[in-house]
Design a binder for this molecule. Structure first.
Ligand SMILES: Nc1ncnc2c1ncn2[C@@H]1O[C@H](COP(=O)(O)OP(=O)(O)OP(=O)(O)O)[C@@H](O)[C@H]1O
Ligand SMILES: [Mg+2]
Length: 427
């Protein structure tokens, strides 16, 4: 009797552990298939306009279908492996119980045991196998749940690209001088994006960065916000190295109108208020006026409470950009960054907003990234980037006087009419 019990308990434990390990990969497969099919669905629904532009409804539906088929197959394997595990465990217990009973019956038949002994053995066997079966169930459930929350643990283990230094000193901005010193940076090891960039933005100055697409202008801003740490060199604000200060205080001090404005699926008012959630209503209204959003908002049937759709898709490009400008105006940080802030506006709104921005940036240090050079003529310094390096710097007239990249860019942006106007032939 003892041998049967011993063998079956050892066999049961061995089988449960091995079989549960074996089927964990199917649990993972289901999780993976589940998340990839749902992110596919969300992605294609969010980008429904692109799907329609390219007439790819069937293509998207097929891709989703393929994902769902994978999910179905994974679910099936998961279920079948669970049946195999349950079936195996139940078989081991059934065989053990039957052997115990058969042995007891044999002894009773031979007259070596009484019926009472038979019942006793039955009761003892049950008392062993019931909890054992329960343990098997608990083990299976725990292993399954651990596989389910694996992603969560992986996420918790993830190291931030930039170490978070909450305990560090806060950035103290008094005048807002920004210095980039020998900056070098690459996103991927074998492709340097920024090489040996050094320039200063004096307090209250407006410095423009221009250069061809992909030359690293937006990357420079990301480094200023410390989304990444440079591989060499440093950025300092008022003499404080940004890698040594508290990130929240750094980001608090800089306001940005980014190249691509993404809005939250909320009302226009809430999206503007995002710049400073505790701003008063009067301040929000002021920001709306300065960003020239008043006419647009009053033309909407629901006014401020109009929702903007996912990522702001119910607004035009220029309207989104003005919401982004209003946000930044509301934040009123000492340092301002405009990354192509007016690129989606018509010339008239652009002029009006540029004037408003000029008023706001009075006395503030600002970094302006622009493709349209006419918007940065008044900059105190223009830095021309090419392939991640500074190729020229100086003010507008200085750069025009040297026959370089800036002058070429400038001339290429002049229409025949404006060229003639400059030469004094018209007007
Ligand atoms: N997160 C990223 N990972 C890898 N490479 C990136 C990443 N972001 C940008 N890059 C690459 O870095 C280079 C510089 O990008 P950046 O956005 O700074 O260009 P840019 O000068 O702002 O261009 P544009 O005028 O078109 O906005 C590009 O070639 C881009 O492909
Ligand atoms: Mg850019």
């Amino acid at each position: 009797f003892a041998l049967i019990i011993l063998c079956s308990v050892v066999g049961y434990v061995y089988f449960s552990v091995k079989a549960t390990d074996w089927r964990t990969k199917y649990v993972r497969e289901v999780n993976q298939a589940d998340s990839s099919s749902s992110s596919r669905a969300i992605d294609s629904l969010l980008n429904y306009e692109t799907v329609k532009y390219f007439n790819n409804e069937d293509y998207e539906a097929n891709r989703y279908d393929t994902d769902l088929q994978k999910w179905e197959a994974a679910r099936r394997k998961n279920r079948l492996s669970l049946f195999a595990l349950n079936g195996g465990q139940a078989s081991i217990i059934a065989i053990a119980m039957t052997s115990m009973m058969a042995l007891a019956a044999y002894h009773v038949a031979k007259g070596e045991m009484t019926i009472g002994d038979f019942v006793l053995i039955n009761a003892f066997t049950m008392q062993i196998f019931m909890p054992l079966n329960f343990l098997g169930f608990v083990y299976r459930e725990i292993r399954g749940s651990l596989a389910n929350i694996e992603n969560l643990f992986n996420l918790l283990d993830k190291q931030a690209t930039v170490p978070i230094n909450e305990g560090a000193d806060k950035l103290q901005v008094s005048r807002g001088k920004i210095s980039f010193t020998n900056l070098e940076f690459s996103y991927l090891a074998d492709r340097t994006i920024i090489q040996n960039i050094s320039f200063d933005i004096e307090p209250g100055q407006k410095v423009a960065v221009v250069g061809e697409s992909g030359s690293g202008k937006s990357t420079l801003v990301k480094l200023l916000f410390r989304f990444y740490d440079p591989s060499r060199g440093s950025i300092s604000i008022d003499g404080q190295d940004i890698s040594q200060v508290n990130q929240a205080s750094l980001r608090q001090a800089i306001g940005i109108v980014p190249q691509d404005t993404v809005l939250f699926n909320d009302t226009i008012l809430e999206n503007i208020r995002y710049g400073r959630p505790d701003a008063s209503d009067v301040e929000v209204q002021q920001a709306i006026d300065l960003a020239h959003l008043r006419n647009f908002i009053s033309s909407l049937p629901d006014g401020h409470s109009t929702t903007v759709g996912e990522r702001g898709l119910k607004l035009s490009g220029g309207e989104k950009q003005r919401v982004a400008i209003a946000r930044t105006i509301l934040k009123r940080p000492p340092i301002l960054v405009f990354d192509e802030a007016t690129s989606s506006l018509d010339s008239q709104s652009e002029q009006a907003i540029l004037t408003a921005l000029q008023e706001i940036s009075q006395g503030h240090t600002s970094l302006v990234i622009a493709h349209r050079l006419s918007t940065i003529i008044d900059a105190d310094k223009i830095v021309v980037l090419g392939e991640g390096k500074i190729i020229e710097q100086g003010c507008h007239s200085e750069l025009l006087s040297i026959d370089g990249a800036y002058k070429k860019l400038w001339l290429s942006q002049q229409t025949p009419v404006t060229k003639q106007m400059q030469e004094g032939n018209i007007g």
